[in-house]
Design a protein around this ligand. Sequence first.
Ligand SMILES: Cc1cc2nc3c(=O)[nH]c(=O)nc-3n(C[C@H](O)[C@H](O)[C@H](O)COP(=O)(O)OP(=O)(O)OC[C@H]3O[C@@H](n4cnc5c(N)ncnc54)[C@H](O)[C@@H]3O)c2cc1C
Length: 392
Amino acid sequence: MKNRYDVIVVGAGPAGSITAKTAASGGLDVLLIEKRQEIGDPVRCAEGVGKEDLKKHIEPDPRWIAAEVKGSKILAPDGTEIKMSEEASSGKAGYTLERKVFDRALAQQAAMAGAEVMVKTRATGLLRNNGKVTGINAMYMGETHEIKADIVIGADGVESKVGRWGGIDTSLKPGDIDTCAQFLVSNIDAGEYSMFYLGEKYTPGGYVWVFPKGKNTANVGLGLLGSKSGNVRAITLLENFLKNYMPHAKILEMVVGGVPVSGPIKQTVTDGLMLVGDAARQSDPLTGGGIINGMDAGKMAGEVCIKAKEKGDYSVKTLKEYEDKWRATIGKELSKSLVVKNMLLKLTDEQLNQLAHSLKGIDTSKMALPTLLPILFKRNPKILWELRTLFV
Ligand SMILES: Cc1cc2nc3c(=O)[nH]c(=O)nc-3n(C[C@H](O)[C@H](O)[C@H](O)COP(=O)(O)OP(=O)(O)OC[C@H]3O[C@@H](n4cnc5c(N)ncnc54)[C@H](O)[C@@H]3O)c2cc1C
């Protein structure tokens, strides 16, 4: 580890590794640090991604694809099913990953592009000069190091501290975070579709997911919105779900973790600092999915690092190009998802059933959610009145 780089990326998740790879591919001197001893482990994810979205960043590799699904099924509280195919979902559904291997493959790509990768290296603070971020304090094997850089990237996930250290408000209110619990279970029929169970009867303000990881194995988990949780624990709801719907399931692994569902936050760059991925609250408020958004944002941030180096200007004026870009793309989608999420939160289980019933006679298997929503709105204007802004 040297004491100076062009770019230091804090956190070797998907967002950090893609940022590091992109910047290193542009000839920048990049350090990617990860506090854990093994990149990708432990996993805190249901590992579902869209095929086409993923292919923009990395060639699919059987080593990190646990299962390929045909599409997704959304289940209303009374069991009414809405089926959507993978192709119709514009590649939004497709693979269940093996993230332990996937995250490592992404970091390997960053290394192959020229980035230096350091594990068991934790950022403990930021170096600053006249308000500008000029590097990090890092702890490696019990020793503190000062490492300077023109740009620091905060890719340190949902519990990000880098943003806060840099004076960026990334705080989340209880209604902005889903508490998730997940079991990797075996001894079930996992099926060939990613399943989403909606309704208060399963979990308040979230949904239950079943993502196949093989014929008899699946990630089964749920999210519980902080503002709706009361005294209920996500893990208790999940145990109830297994007891009622998968009584023979054998639990092989357990995961707990948070997902930011706030929608776009106000600021993600400052002088010498950019935030990407969950650290920038870029996960989708409706689905909780953040892998692809983090990778997309990482690519944008890496490209802006290269431009900033060419200009020799690392001020917010130059770095803001990253913020403008992600807001115009990922940000727009997050804002739409937030409208849908906020509306869904107000619906009773009976209303969710009504929505599902209103699709009777329609072949949804040829549709994606963006096609389905206007139809649902047309057939249920009273229930879905708040969505009208999405269709004008
Ligand atoms: C239960 C659950 C299920 C999910 N399911 C899905 C899903 O199916 N599909 C999907 O797309 N998304 C899913 N997500 C969200 C997804 O996991 C995240 O959006 C994604 O991992 C974000 O990537 P990231 O690179 O921003 O952060 P992370 O993947 O969290 O990586 C951040 C990295 O930074 C490291 N780090 C933190 N602090 C420091 C520090 N101080 N110094 C050095 N390193 C540090 C961490 O150890 C970590 O490796 C799920 C989340 C949860 C909790």
